[in-house]
Each structure stands twice: as C-alpha cells, then as structure tokens.
Ligand binder design. Structure first.
Ligand code: NDP
Length: 236
C-alpha cells in the first residue's frame, strides 16, 4: 500500500466517522467520506451515499476511484439506532437498523473487495459496538446488527487473508456523539457508572484506534475485535 492511501469512511460527515476522517487526513491519507443530506465538512472530499442502496454505494466508490484511486482502506462506520422494547418494536424498525448497520457494511465491503484483491492488499475496518456483545435493553435491533458485524467481519477476514487484506472490528462503548446524546440522562448516568474507567470515550480516542488498525503497525492483525469502551465489555 502507498504511504498516502485512498481511504473511504461511510458516515464520515459527523460523529465518529468525521473524527476518523480528520485523523486519517492529518496522517497524510487521501480521505473521502460519504454523506447523505448535509454538505460534506470543509476540507474533506465527500460523496453522496445512502448505504441502504447498492446503486448509490457503487456510484460513490466510482467517484472516489476517479478522485483518489481505488479504495485501499474502508471504514464501514455508518449506523443508526431506533431503540424500542422488542414487545412493541415494529418489523420495519428491526429491519431498517439491520439494513443500515449490517447489510450496509456488507454492501460497501463487497464493492471494496475486488479492487483490493487486484491491488494485492487492503484494510477493512467495521464499526460495531459493545452492545453487540453485551446486548442492551431496547436495542435488540441495534445489538443484533452489531453482533452480526463481528461474524461478518471474521468471515470476511478468513476469506481475504490469503489476499493480504485485513478485516477488523472495533467496538466502541459509550462515545460522545449525536447518537449517544439521544440517550435519556438517567440511563446515561447508569451506563457511565457501569464503565470501569468511569467515563465516556471521545471520538478522537476511537479515531486513534482505527488509525492504528488501518496503519502499517497492524499488518498482522486480522479478525480482531478491538474494544474502545473504558472496560465496559471486558471479558466478552
Ligand atoms: P452519529 O449519529 O453521530 O453519525 C452516524 C453517521 O452515520 C452519520 O454520518 C450518518 O449520516 C451516517 N448514516 C446513518 N445512516 C446512514 C445510511 N443509511 N447511509 C449512509 N450514512 C448513514 O453516530 P456516531 O458517530 O455515534 O456513530 C458512528 C458509528 O459508531 C455507528 O455505526 C454507531 O453505531 C457506532 N457506535 C457509536 C457509539 C456511540 O456511543 N456514539 C458506540 C458504539 C458504536 P447522516 O448525517 O446523513 O445522518
């Protein structure tokens, strides 16, 4: 892989994805992000893409390839939550979260792989969650999607290891973003009390872990599940 790599981060217009994008751009990579409604953040190359639509995924990759060359590092970060207790959760609420978080990652990884195979190398990083291992009340859809990413990622890691492509999964705990801001304060306080380090994580801390996994020092790392959770998921 080149020193300055062509990187694509889905959902890179805000939150964790934006922090990863900024960290990788600062490290010298040629960074592209996907965005849906908003304009891309200044200084980053943005491509419009909804990961629930395979046609949009294909067009986004084609645009990135034209601008930066074939994607060498893919960070599948786009995700949503739609929390509700299972007893009252609609099938659409379950399916939409799976379609975005899990099938969305499948769509982007599938599109990323053939050029990586051709280039004899690549890095795929999937953004899962500690909820995928611990489960969470009201998050059966979200936790199922995030647990699914671990099985998907490890299968892909086995498929692609002979091609010098690594696939790893990061599992953030509670990180300060728009997504976690939606959690009611009492529940959030209880969650923080359960974190051994006693605090939430920052988007920059997640970004630094992703940077390591995407970087040259992680050449022997594949199929790993890497927690950035203050110890919340310890032992799982
Ligand atoms: P945000 O809600 O801040 O950002 C989510 C990002 O995903 C946005 O860029 C959003 O785009 C994008 N996105 C959502 N749906 C789609 C879609 N269908 N197609 C393309 N892009 C989409 O969340 P976070 O930054 O907190 O989360 C990023 C990832 O980290 C998610 O996968 C999340 O599950 C995971 N995570 C977050 C944790 C936390 O505590 N914050 C903990 C563990 C994991 P748009 O702006 O257009 O909506």
């Amino acid at each position: 892989m080149a020193v300055s790599r062509s990187v694509l981060i889905t959902g890179g217009n805000r939150g964790i994805g934006l922090a990863v994008a900024r960290a990788m751009a600062a490290a010298g990579d040629r960074v592209a992000i996907t965005h849906r409604s908003d304009a891309p953040p200044p200084g980053l190359f943005g491509v419009r893409c909804d990961v629930t639509d395979a046609g949009q995924v294909d067009r986004a990759f084609t645009e990135v390839e034209a601008e930066h060359g074939p994607v060498e590092v893919l960070v599948a970060n786009a995700g949503i939550a739609a929390d509700r207790l299972v007893a009252v959760m609609s099938e659409a609420e379950f399916a939409t979260v799976l379609d975005t978080n899990l099938t969305g990652a499948f769509r982007v990884a599938r599109r990323a792989v053939p050029p990586m195979v051709e280039n004899r190398g690549g890095r795929i990083i999937l953004v899962s969650s500690v909820s995928g291992m611990l489960g969470a009340t009201g998050q059966a859809n979200y936790s199922a999607s995030k647990a699914g990413l671990i099985g998907f990622g490890r299968s892909l890691a086995r498929e692609l290891a002979p091609r010098n492509i690594t696939v790893n999964v990061v599992t953030p705990g509670l990180i300060d973003t728009d997504m976690s801001a939606a959690i009611p304060e009492a529940r959030r306080a209880a969650m923080v009390r359960a974190i051994p380090l006693g605090r939430t994580g920052t988007v920059e801390e997640v970004a630094r872990a992703v940077l390591f996994v995407a970087g040259p020092d992680a050449g022997c790392l594949t199929g790993a599940v890497i927690p950035i959770d203050g110890g919340l998921g310890m032992g799982h």
